[in-house]
Design a binder for this molecule. Structure first.
Ligand code: MLT
Length: 266
């Protein structure tokens, strides 16, 4: 596994890379970082070149987010960063896999430049925009991050991110995830909350997807119900769904073997 930094004209993007072959870009969940993908980078299946960037601001990447108001980045800005990285790496196309917020970014990539997305992996994510209740929850999260910082966010989120089986059988994973969250600044976390809150509904895209799509979901996901994955499978022509029954929201970390087995061959 290699850790690299792409120096773009206006910012740098840290990314992790492993394997040789067909490019597959992994996009991490909120509020983690590219390090979420270490189990996948450790065991890259034959024929894939895996690239996992930190989304803007995460793990200290790129410009900080001190600017309030209209300067806030959007999910579309995160998607533009990933395309900039692909261009820097001279990759006209790549398979794109996103987990949860990473899936929102993958949808934004398809919306912007579908011809550059050769295939999709949609893990523990949903196509719909935030519901009114979801937007209220974002407001509560913004208050939490302002009041208690990244540690407060980790304390509240970690039990919900992991499935019941993982909490019982892999208790150490909670500390690993807490560390992944707390390296991120409160500003970066708040910016991502705003970006997710304002993201558009990607449901209209589903029926138009023409690339191969694999949907993976944890059967014990307490944040995004498995019904969301089933709806996407019904709406996306030719897609397939793999449910990992003993995983929660962070299925790639909770069941790395099952997650890898769910992927197609290049
Ligand atoms: C994530 O894991 O990325 C978040 O749970 C997504 C969200 O809050 O909508």
């Amino acid at each position: 596994m290699r850790t690299r930094v792409a120096s773009l004209p206006d910012r740098s993007i840290r990314y992790l890379e492993a394997g040789e072959g067909v490019p597959l870009v992994w996009l991490h969940a909120f509020p983690l970082s590219a390090d979420q993908w270490l189990p996948q980078l450790d065991r890259v299946p034959q024929g894939w070149r895996v690239i996992a960037p930190d989304l803007r601001g995460f793990r200290g990447a790129g410009p900080a987010f001190e600017q309030p108001g209209p300067e806030r980045p959007t999910i579309d800005d995160y998607a533009a960063d990933v395309f900039d990285l692909m261009t820097h790496l001279e990759l006209p196309t790549a398979h794109v896999g996103g987990l949860s917020m990473g899936g929102y970014v993958a949808f934004a990539m398809v919306h912007r430049q579908p011809q550059r997305v050769a295939g999709l992996v949609l893990a523990n994510t949903r196509a719909a925009a935030d519901s009114p209740q979801g937007k209220l929850n974002r407001t509560a999260m913004l208050e939490l991050v302002e009041r208690e910082g990244s540690a407060g966010v980790a304390a509240q989120m970690v039990p919900k991110l992991l499935g019941e089986t993982t909490r019982a059988e892999q208790p150490d994973l909670a500390d690993v995830i807490t560390r992944l969250i707390t390296v991120n600044s409160p500003e970066t976390i708040a910016a991502a909350v705003w970006a997710m809150r304002e993201r558009p509904d990607s449901t209209p895209l589903l029926g138009r997807l023409s690339c191969p799509v694999t949907i993976i979901h944890g059967g014990e996901d307490a944040l995004i119900p498995v019904g969301e994955a089933e709806s996407m499978r019904r709406a996306i022509p030719g897609s397939r769904l793999v449910v990992l029954p003993r995983a929660g929201h962070l299925s790639n970390l909770e069941d790395p073997a099952g997650f890898s087995a769910a992927l197609r061959s290049p």
